[in-house]
Structures are given as C-alpha cells and as structure tokens.
Design a protein around this ligand. Sequence first.
Ligand code: GDD
Ligand code: MN
Length: 389
Amino acid sequence: MHEPRQRILEPAHTRRFATIRDRIDPPELAVIVPTFNERPNLRELLERLVAALEGIAFEIIVVDDDSPDGSAALVREFAARDPRVRCLLRVGRRGLASACIEGMLATTAPFLAVIDADLQHDERLLPRMLDELRSGRADLVIASRYLESDRVPGWTGERRWLSRSGTALARALPRLRGLSDPLSGFFAISRTAFESTVRRLSGLGFKLLVDILLSAPAPLRTVELPYRFGLRRSGSSKLDARVAVEFVLLLLDKVLGGWVPPRFALFAAVGGLGVLVHLGVLSALREGLGFAFLEAHIAATIAAMTFNFALNNELTYRDRRLRGIAWLRGWMSFSLLCSLGAFANVGVAATLFAEDEPWLLAALAGILVGAVWNYAVTSLYTWGDRASR
Ligand code: GDD
Ligand code: MN
C-alpha cells in the first residue's frame, strides 16, 4: 500500500526540470567576458554578441571583479531581460585569468570562449571558432592578431614592443613555437580539454591561454584563425608592467614544473646578479681606489644588498612595491634579515666543510640555505602583509 516516499517524489521532481528545459535550450557555447571598469562598452558588446550568435544556443557570462564603475549592475539589467546573459560578481578579488577560469567553471556548455569586453576582439569570428570545435578537428581555437599582418593599429611603440617581446619569449617554449599569437586573449576551447587542464593552471596574471597551453597534460590540437584587432573604444587598458612581471612568473612556474615557486626563482636570479655587483664594487674600490680589503668588502656588501633590495622591489615584488618611507624601512629590514641569512650560510658551509665534505658542495649548501632563508623571511617581513604599504 505505502509507496516508498522516494518513488513518489522523484518523477515529479524530474518532470519539473524537464518542463523548464523544454523552454530554454541548454547552451552549446558559453562566452566568458572578464570585466573591470568596462561600463561604457558593455551595452554595445552585449548587443553585438547576441547578434553575432544568432542561431546558436549560447550563454554569456560576464565575470566582473566588483568594478567601481558599476559594470555588474548594468549586466544585471540586461540579464533580467535575457536569461542567456549572466553576471558572476567577484568581491575582493582581482585577476583576468582567474576571472575567466571561474566563468568557465560556472557553465554546463560543451564549448567555451573568452572575449575581452572592450570591443577589440571581433565577435563575428565566434561562430567559426565554434564550428572548428564542433567538427572535432581542434580542442582549442585561437583568434590570432598576427596571422595576416604583424601590425596592430593604434598601438604605441612601447605597447608594440611589450607584446612582441612577450610573444617572442613565449615562443621560445617548444609547445608554443608553432603559434603566431600565443598571448591572444580571444580563444575558444572544448570543455573536455579545459577540464583536463584546470587543476594544473597557475591562474596567474593575464595570459590564460599560455597557461592552458603549457598546463595541458598532452599538447592540445590547436587551430588559429586570423582577425583584425580593433581599437579600444572607451576606458583604459589594465595591461601594465605588473602584468608583464606576472607573465614572466607564469612562464617560470611552468618551466620549473611547479616545483620551485617562481618568485623564489626570480629572487635567486637577482641574488646572482648581486654577487656580480659585490665583486665589481670590491675590485673597483681595491684596485682602482686603493681601499683596504675589509673596508672595500663592507662597502661592496652594502652596495650589493641595496642593489638586491631595489631590484627585487621593482621586479620580484612589483605587485607589492614599497615606496617613499616604506622603501627605506623595507631596505633596512631587508639588510638586517639578509645579514642573518649570511650567518646561516657561513654556518652551514663551515660545518659541512669541517665534516670533510668537498668545498664546492659545502659552499653551495651554505648558499642555498642562505638564499631560502632570505627569501622566506623577506617575503614575510619586508614585502609581506606586515610591511606597511
Ligand atoms: N574580471 C576582471 N578582473 N577582468 C579584467 C581584469 C581583472 O582583474 N583586468 C582586465 N580585465 C578585463 C578588461 O576589462 C577587458 O575586458 C579584458 O579583461 C582585457 O583587458 P585590457 O586591459 O583591455 O587588456 P589589453 O587589451 O591591454 O590586453 C589584451 O591583449 C593581451 C595581449 O596583448 C587582452 O586580451 C589580454 O588577455 C591579452 O593577453
Ligand atoms: Mn583591451
């Protein structure tokens, strides 16, 4: 007599979803649009996208990092009228790559595309990009700025140089060699390929495409389609020196296989240059100016430490750069902490040497311990949350 509760509930439950699904096609393509202060471009962008995707079951996911200009509110106005448009709002977060990743994770569509909001990417290319994925010939389709011409109109010399050197640097890596535009921000990927990669992504900085290409467990089958990169209509580019540094960190992270923190690699490279500065100053003071060894050595140590601090501040920790009085305080804490590192270095080396280890091994072990110490404590105290900004 008594039907188990489960069996009564389940058919009704499925039926209710079925009726909703009958009215809205599940999306085949999700278009992810990262935004930060793009309000003046959004209306036109959304209208253009809807027009370009006519006949395709699509959804548009705008991922906004709480733009002060109220981009998200505008998208929600749109979304209230058209359920194919959604807004994913992230509060207290920044980052182009991570915004795109989260947008891509928020959809069921089998194909995913990423496009900038500033109308620089030609949305009319999207149906062809989708066709390439649908055909199964490619896992990844890149819209390339450089396939037909190598000039982008409206770019300043500096911007062109930045993009050129970034592309050249990326193409030094075997996986990116055959691509004309691995730095493109406009691409489409199958959900299967994305999911095989997502847990390995660094999610650092601007260059999600490079991240995906280098993180994929096996090389992705990639097709490039040409298009003409447009001029930014309104608002301003968020690409700056910090983005460039994050790009170098991303490449380092991938090249080092995720084993060595990329910031440590940069820090160690700066340290290597510091040794050269030390030797340079030492010999200049001694040979050139006739200083006594000890004085010359002390001056060289101070010079090298200052050089290391300044370069790490400009490069390794550009995103937390110290200025003014904080710079001075940072320099003092850096010098103090690195002096302790030097003690650790000498202590380890002396102990190993006394135990009959070869001198080179003893020296290298000392240097490594000192470098790890310097990196760990300065990241915490000189540039960490405790450092005043
Ligand atoms: N959510 C979010 N968070 N979006 C962001 C952020 C962020 O921190 N930073 C930038 N965006 C959005 C912008 O609003 C824009 O829609 C898009 O990402 C691209 O940003 P732009 O500031 O316009 O970058 P760009 O034109 O200088 O750089 C483009 O070209 C590069 C290659 O030269 C982008 O397509 C890059 O991805 C590309 O690598
Ligand atoms: Mn742009």
